[in-house]
Design a protein around this ligand. Sequence first.
Ligand code: TXA
Ligand code: MG
Length: 333
Amino acid sequence: METKIFKKDQLDEAVSLLAKGELVAFPTETVYGLGAIATKEKSVKGVYAAKGRPSDNPLIVTVSDENMMRKYAKEVPERAEKLIKHFWPGPLTILLYVKPGTLPEAVTGGLDTVAFRCPDDKLTHDLIKKLGYPIVGPSANTSTKPSPTTAEHVYHDLKGKISGIIDGGETRVGLESTIIDLSVDQPIVLRPGEITPEELSEVLGEKVLINTGKVSDSSIPKAPGMKYRHYAPSAPVVVVDHPEDFAKINFNDSMGVMALKDELAKINLPEKNKFNLGENLIDADHNLFGGLRYFDDKTGINQIFVQGFDQGEESLAYMNRLNKAAGGHHFNK
Ligand code: TXA
Ligand code: MG
C-alpha cells in the first residue's frame, strides 16, 4: 500500500479516504493520531492491526466539537460541560459513559465508557467537520514505540500500512493529552498531560484525584493502555533524577544522553551521542519522544541516560512517560 503525504491544501483527498474506511494519520497539538472513521467496525479494527495494538486497549474518539460528542455520549454531566467550555479545543480527553449502540465495540474495547478528545488543530478540525463523523485517534506509532511528534515519525512506523498522513508540521506540546475520568463519583486523572490536576480542580471547583499507578485499590479504574510497556527505544533507558549525578557516570561511546543544553555542555561525549532537550521543562516535554526515537535508530548505543525533573505537577506528564520508557530504572536508586 502506498502511504501518501498530504499537505494542508489536500484535505479533501484525506476526507474521501477516511469516508471509504481507510486509515489516515492526522496532526494534533499533542502528538499525531491514527485516524479511521469511528462508526465503521472494519476501519476501527484496521487501526489495531496497523499499530500492532492489543485489542483490549480502547481508542480515543476525536470530535470536531461538543455537539458531535453529544451524539455518542450517554449523558454529559455538568462537570464535563465546565471542562469543555474551558479547555476545548485543547489537550484534554474526557471519559464519559457511551450511548449504547452508537459506536462499534472495537472502539471501546467492550467497556461502557468512551474517551472524547477535541484537539486544538485547525487542519484536523476541518477534516472531521468535512467527514461529518468522529475519527478514532490513538497515537500514530507502532505499539510500544514513542508517540510521533512529526509526520516523518509516523511515516517511519506506519509506511505501507496506512493510506495517508496529513503533514501539519511538528506538534506543539509533544506529550499526549491529559485524560480525566468523569464516569466515576470523584473526577480522576488517568494520564497526566499539559493540563494539570490543579488546573482541572480550579475549573471544577472540587478536588481531582490522580491515578499514580501505585493505587492498589482495584475499585479505581485505570486507562487500560497504561499497563503496557511504552515509549521504549530498543536500548535500555535510565532516569537521572539529579543533574549533578551526570558527573558520576563513566560515559563511553556506547552510551547516549538526553539532557538540557547546559547539562549536556558539561558532558564529555561525541555530539552524536548527545540529544539536546532544550532550555527548560516545556522544551523537554516537546523534545522527549523525538530524542527517544533519535537513539532508537542509532546503532552502537546500548544505554540511554535521560534527565529527570522534579517540578511538582508541571513535570508529572514528562516523568510519567520517561518512567515508562525506563521501565522504572533510575540512576543510583
Ligand atoms: O493526545 C492524545 O490523546 C493522542 C492524540 C493523537 O489525540 N492520542 C492518544 O491515544 O494518546 P492513545 O490511544 O495512544 O492513548 C489513549 C489512552 C490509552 O491508554 C487508552 O487505554 C485510554 O486512553 N482509553 C481510551 N478509552 C478508554 C476508556 N474507555 N476507558 C479507559 N481508558 C481509555
Ligand atoms: Mg499511544
